[in-house]
Design a protein around this ligand. Structure first.
Ligand SMILES: Nc1nc2c(ncn2[C@@H]2O[C@H](COP(=O)(O)OP(=O)(O)OP(=O)(O)O)[C@@H](O)[C@H]2O)c(=O)[nH]1
Ligand SMILES: Nc1nc2c(ncn2[C@@H]2O[C@H](COP(=O)(O)OP(=O)(O)OP(=O)(O)O)[C@@H](O)[C@H]2O)c(=O)[nH]1
Ligand SMILES: [Mg+2]
Ligand SMILES: [Mg+2]
Lengths: 284, 276
């Protein structure tokens, strides 16, 4: 278990002699490749590498720590600095707006989140504000029926109308709004999202991001943040081989943190974000 | 004067970083750089940039126009009915892509049948049902939870019996790490012997594109790939990664959500973007 062994490493730090620069360079190059393959942003990896290398040379390793342990301890700390803690998810009355790119898992995650709140003893209610995707209404309605959660949708109305009516109709304490996939270059869709946000006044705007997202994660997260302000990120499909490195850029660009991770297709496959486990997986 | 090793390595590193920033997967970028390093050793410094660009275009050109396969020519000349199955992980755009292909082929005068091979996900049959209705295309479907192999097989029989030209079979999205689901896909292909297995993945995917393309290729064999959401990520790196991993041609790029939002893949388009 990573954090326990690290605690022991930190305890033993006094009095070790330094490790040679060439070994450090090899270790850092190794870490660099690991982070790049985990989809961490190239620029971010380069910045981290510089800091990791400087600290590895300057700081004394724990007595008996081999070069790899010494560097990994520093890598771990640097990653914790970027990642921070998991988003605070209050168990109280609130409205949550779910947004993100196409196919990232918003609809499934909305239902998973409803399940999460239901399990915590709250009364969730869901609004389908995706008026574009064929079958979006049926998809979310069926998921809500699986867990007996009140669902509101209108098959032929626009998103804004649906949200207006849904917020009035639904009696739940946690109202979760599903929206259509969109991206920064679709001006009409961004405008619609801003209007939904203005109307619903959500307590949380959660960005759903596919765990396999590549180098553009930060850029797209920033676009969503610029439009409506993102309060938390949910990384999906981490039950595969994707490491979710794009999440680091997403949270640094949105100045937020990761709230949950999606780990499967069923409604029970939503976990609270755990920084330690995420970093261990990132470092492979 | 000749390129010294230090300058060469710096050039190759800048070049590799450029590939990585364009979303090319790390092992693929390293491979490409390795093949180019050999070409550049011993060349003159003033020629290095041009040699680098032409070496890259050659290396990528080979990868990207793998087995020069033209989809339209294939549909025209192949014996009918043609069975095409679409595979890939969750959410990449398979169902939407099938609608686009059906639209394109129908415009060219072919008769199309769609098999609703996703009998699992919520709203899947409603989604494909709406597309089939809008396109005026026959849809073969069974009840929710039915065996997908049976649905696709049923589609094959119908297409043959009614003398239709092309069957487009949709399948549920599945992660390459789920052995049971990959076995199910293997069974669908074994039972229905598709003429083409098309891998649908997204341009916005990073390093995982290589991993899953390889896995799908190993399990069912990929004849061609379609890369969606190129309107979201126009860098194109994932195209290189997937072409590299499968050795199969990239047939189309998805460039939006509407039926017309699909273009034939041109390697030159990608190479030009890389050098911008
Ligand atoms: N394996 C796995 N699949 C997931 C996860 N989350 C979502 N999915 C699947 O990903 C696919 C896309 O999910 P959706 O919920 O439809 O995605 P979306 O963001 O609502 O898509 P659009 O509304 O079209 O933008 C579906 O097949 C889901 O079952 C996850 O954590 N793990
Ligand atoms: N912008 C854009 N969106 C696309 C493209 N192709 C598909 N989409 C969108 O991506 C989302 C997912 O598409 P689907 O066709 O449901 O994907 P799928 O692979 O069938 O998903 P599963 O069956 O759940 O695995 C939808 O919102 C589509 O409209 C594309 O080329 N560009
Ligand atoms: Mg959705
Ligand atoms: Mg589908």
């Amino acid at each position: 278990n990573l954090s326990l062994s690290l605690q022991n490493v930190v305890k033993k730090i006094a009095g070790a002699r330094r490790i040679d620069p060439r070994t450090i360079d090899e270790m850092v190059k190794d870490v660099q490749r690991t982070l790049l393959q985990a989809d961490v942003n190239v620029e971010l990896v380069m910045g981290l590498s510089t800091r990791i290398r400087e600290r590895s040379l300057k700081e004394k390793p724990a007595p008996g720590a081999n070069p790899r342990e010494h560097v990994i301890r520093i890598v771990y700390q640097e990653l914790v600095d970027v990642i921070g803690k998991s988003t605070d998810v209050p168990l109280s009355k609130q409205t949550i707006l779910m947004v993100g790119l196409y196919g990232g898992g918003k609809t499934t995650t909305v239902a998973k989140l409803a399940r999460y709140f239901q399990r915590k003893g709250l009364k969730p209610a869901v609004i389908c504000a995706d008026s574009y995707r064929p079958g979006a209404y049926d998809q979310l309605k069926q998921l809500c029926e699986q867990i007996n959660v009140p669902f509101y949708g209108e098959k032929d109305s626009d998103a804004l109308t649906i949200v207006k009516h849904g917020l009035k109709e639904l009696k739940g304490d946690v109202k979760i709004i599903d929206t259509a996939g969109r991206h920064a270059l679709e001006a009409d869709l961004i405008k619609e999202m801003k209007q939904i946000h203005k109307l619903a006044k959500p307590d949380q705007n959660l960005l759903v991001l596919d765990g396999a997202m590549g180098q553009l994660a930060g850029k797209h997260a920033k676009a969503f943040d610029d439009a409506i302000g993102i309060t938390g990120v949910i990384i999906t499909k981490l039950d595969g081989t994707a490491k979710g490195g794009g999440a680091l850029s997403a949270i640094s660009e949105t100045n937020s943190s990761i709230a949950f991770i999606g780990t499967g297709e069923t409604l029970d496959d939503l976990e609270r974000f755990d920084p330690d486990r995420f970093i261990s997986r990132l470092l492979g | 004067r000749e390129l010294d090793e230090k300058t060469l390595e710096r050039m190759l590193w800048d070049f590799e970083t450029g590939l990585l920033e364009s979303d090319v997967a790390l092992p693929v970028a390293e491979d490409i750089v390795q093949s180019i390093r050999a070409r550049l050793l011993g060349t003159k410094r003033k020629h290095a940039d041009d040699i680098l660009e032409s070496a890259l275009r050659d290396a990528l050109g080979k990868v990207l126009s793998a087995k020069d396969f033209d989809f339209d020519e294939y549909i025209e000349s192949a014996k009918k009915p043609i069975n095409i199955v679409f595979v890939g992980i969750n959410g990449t755009g398979k169902t939407t892509t099938i609608a686009k292909i059906a639209h394109r082929l129908k415009k060219s005068g072919y008769s199309i049948v769609i098999a609703a091979g996703d009998t699992h996900r919520a709203g899947a049959s409603e989604q494909i049902g709406i597309h089939a209705k809008r396109l005026g295309v026959k849809l073969i479907e069974h009840q929710v939870g039915a065996d997908p192999a049976a649905v696709v097989y049923d589609g094959v029989q119908y297409t043959r019996a009614r003398h239709k030209d092309v069957l487009l079979a949709d399948t549920a999205g599945r992660l390459h790490t789920k052995v049971g689901l990959m076995d199910q896909l293997k069974k669908i292909c074994r039972v229905t012997s598709p003429d083409l297995v098309i891998f649908v993945d997204e341009m916005i995917a990073g390093n995982d594109a290589v991993v899953r393309a390889k896995m799908f290729n190993e399990v069912v064999g990929i004849d061609g790939s379609i890369l969606t959401k190129a309107d979201v990520d126009a860098k194109g790196g994932a195209a290189i990664s997937i072409a590299y991993a499968t050795g199969a041609p990239i047939l189309f790029l998805g460039t939006g959500q509407e039926y017309d939002d699909m273009v034939k893949f041109q390697p030159e388009w990608l190479l030009d973007r890389l050098f911008e």
